[in-house]
Ligand binder design. Structure first.
Ligand SMILES: [Zn+2]
Length: 387
């Protein structure tokens, strides 16, 4: 199959071995899963399903960022312990993914379970001279990595802007370079519950080191594919690569695949803008297969504006499919299955899948019900998670 690889900006052959290691950056559990999240993870679910169809064992790791600043803020607002908030939102997220018929993940590690390994990694970076202390905190020294910025290919100005917008602190004085990023936050306040006692002292890891450590621990490096939303290209994934290299892992992942956002009112869905469509709300009115099919109106690399009418179009197509599969010919069912497989192999071309389904429902019926045709349609629907 072919996938679009972010750093090379090329369609590359994705032909992994029998066991495929995939790591996708997961949610920060402080608010319910919105449609943008579902779209991202559905993309990797489709990939997983096609790889399994091709006979691979897929080890998909989808982490839970339960150690991160937005959770503490939200927990304080709600006056509840941050761990309880993370637990509650993680459970809700997992129940939505189950209802949406996602294939199970190989592992869903929580950052809070890997604190000691993260502290060891930060300590190694300090010892090797790739990190430095700034007051109670520890930063990665990006000047030690001449390739920092090559992964994203973004200009210095853009890197600076994204670092500022996406949780970084380019303005903090005392840093050796504005793009140096936090590895460890020292916490002296003993009443702060989001801190652990480690050889680095009391504190918590920065966001980027969490993923490097969990991916390395669970999959080893290099693993086959790293994914996430395209807003993670910089700084998050650029930083993951720099850290892992400095920790003696020359290549973190062989292929990188990023998903564009679903927009609402012209903007990426986000808590701060208040333009969220929650999966759990849609599930009250629509079958999971209908929501999945509606999201397949968008290609993962372009995303686009959320159009609620896609749900009704998808519901109609699902109804027509269910009617057609009872009377379809072997020929039309074979064509459907081969088109679905070919479309998935072609960089997960979900537009082509919609066309294939429309062609299938408008094809002439067969002379008599054919068990092979029924099996073909079931396989095609299973590949798309539409059962
Ligand atoms: Zn990550």
């Amino acid at each position: 199959m072919k996938l679009f690889d972010t750093p090379s900006q090329l369609y590359v052959a994705f032909e992994p071995g029998p066991v495929v290691g995939i790591y996708t950056c997961g949610i920060t559990p402080y608010d319910s899963a919105h449609l943008g999240h579902i779209f991202t993870f559905q993309t990797y679910d489709l990939l997983q399903r096609r790889l399994e169809d091709r006979g691979h064992e897929v080890r998909l790791v989808r982490n839970i960022t339960d150690v991160d600043e937005p959770i503490y803020k939200k927990a304080a607002e709600l006056n509840m312990p941050f761990a309880a908030l993370a637990e509650q939102e993680t459970a809700l997220f997992q129940s939505v993914l189950t209802r949406m018929n996602f294939r199970p993940a190989f592992a869903e590690p929580r950052a809070s379970q890997y604190i000691s390994q993260m502290a060891v990694a930060v300590d190694q970076l300090l010892t090797a001279g790739f990190a430095y202390r700034l007051e109670a905190d520890i930063y990665f020294d990006t000047t030690k990595d001449p390739n920092f910025g090559l992964f994203s290919g973004f200009s210095d100005r853009l890197q600076y802007a994204f670092m500022q917008k996406r949780g970084g602190d380019p303005h903090r004085s005392g840093k050796r370079h504005p793009l140096d990023f936090l590895l460890w936050r020292g916490v002296s306040d003993t009443s702060d519950p989001a801190a652990w006692d480690t050889e680095l002292g009391r504190g918590r890891p920065g966001w980027h080191i969490e993923c490097s450590v969990m991916a390395g621990e669970l999959l080893g490096t290099p693993f086959d594919l790293h994914g996430g939303g395209d807003d993670l290209i910089f700084p998050h994934h650029e930083c993951e690569i720099a850290q892992s290299k400095a920790l003696g892992q020359p290549q973190l992942a062989k292929t990188w695949m990023h998903v564009a956002p679903i927009l609402y009112a012209g903007e990426k869905m986000s808590k701060s803008l208040g333009n969220l469509v929650f999966a759990k709300d849609l599930l009250e009115d629509y079958a999971p297969a209908v929501i999945r099919l509606a999201l397949m109106k968008y290609h993962y690399r372009t995303g686009g504006e959320w159009q609620p009418e896609f749900l009704d179009e998808a519901a109609e197509l699902m109804t027509e499919c269910m009617a057609a599969e009872k009377t379809c010919s072997l020929e039309s069912s074979t064509l459907l299955l081969s088109e679905v497989r070919a479309a998935l192999d072609d960089d997960l071309d979900t537009h082509r899948i919609w066309h294939a389904l429309c062609d299938f429902v408008s094809a002439s019926p067969g002379a008599a019900p054919d068990p092979n045709a029924v099996a073909n349609v079931a396989t095609a629907k299973n590949l798309l998670g539409l059962l």
